[in-house]
Design a protein around this ligand. Structure first.
Ligand SMILES: [Zn+2]
Length: 241
């Protein structure tokens, strides 16, 4: 007796019409026809059955905010970032949590069960961090949510950029983020990569850094990130995104 049998599912590898038998939390058998009983059966005829989808890069604090405070007329990333800067001072924990939970419901219905989201730490109120930690706690039973401390306005570029990022990590954010190509100079971008990797090494955290998100061919912070990964012994814990 199995716990669950999915009948006649299509698999990502292209095999069609497969029965999938599950015992406890494990897949016990996959075959065109499983002659056995189960506590529960689901007819999956013609439907795709896959492992859960993973979104490795998201900005959940900005989700479902189209038109707030106004539309992005140029459609460019830079106007998008400027708009976010206009919206940010008006954000509340309640509104952020409500929009994010709505998005998480949508995500789960599409098979997305793991999301890594950057969380802007530039506003020293850190309402974004407070809200996303609350969302993470609330969705934990069904969605694996990882949070990245992301200094959208730059780590060195603003007076409180560095301090706010460290406070976000103290509050429980999982991963160290950065945006070296957005610092004031190439040298400060390089220094931010070094500083952030040092923080990750000291705290035993992973790194996920926006790198070279620009048309400037001289922007090569991903090389610095790779070198710092080796120097700080962070192999296997670093993503350049
Ligand atoms: Zn991003």
């Amino acid at each position: 007796m199995f716990d669950l049998i999915l009948r006649q599912a299509n698999l990502p590898c292209g095999r069609k019409g497969q029965d999938i038998a599950i015992l406890g939390t494990k897949i016990a058998e996959v075959a065109p026809r499983i002659e056995a009983e189960a506590r529960e059966e689901i007819d999956a005829t013609g439907r795709l059955v896959t492992p859960p989808f993973i979104d490795p890069h998201f900005h959940m604090d900005a989700t479902l905010s189209l038109g707030l405070p106004r539309m992005n007329r140029s459609g460019t990333l830079l106007e998008g970032i400027a708009l976010w800067g206009e919206l940010r001072p008006t954000l509340t924990v309640e509104a952020l949590v409500s929009r994010a939970l709505k998005y998480c419901d949508l995500a789960v219905t599409q098979g997305l069960l793991a999301i890594r989201t950057h969380v802007d730490t530039s506003d020293p109120r850190l309402v974004t961090v407070e809200a996303m930690l609350e969302v993470k706690r609330r969705v934990a039973p069904y969605l694996d949510l990882q949070l990245v401390a992301f200094p959208q306005d730059g780590y060195y570029r603003t007076k409180l950029g560095a301090a706010s990022l460290e406070r976000a990590l103290d509050m429980g954010v999982d991963i160290v983020g950065g945006i070296p190509h957005f610092e004031r100079t190439m040298a400060e971008g390089t220094a931010s990569v070094e500083a952030l990797c040092r923080i990750a090494a000291d705290r035993g955290l992973p790194v996920d850094m926006h790198c070279d998100e620009t048309d400037d061919p001289l922007s090569r912070h991903v090389e610095t990130l790779a070198a710092a990964t080796v120097r700080f012994g962070l192999q296997g814990r670093v993503a350049g995104s």
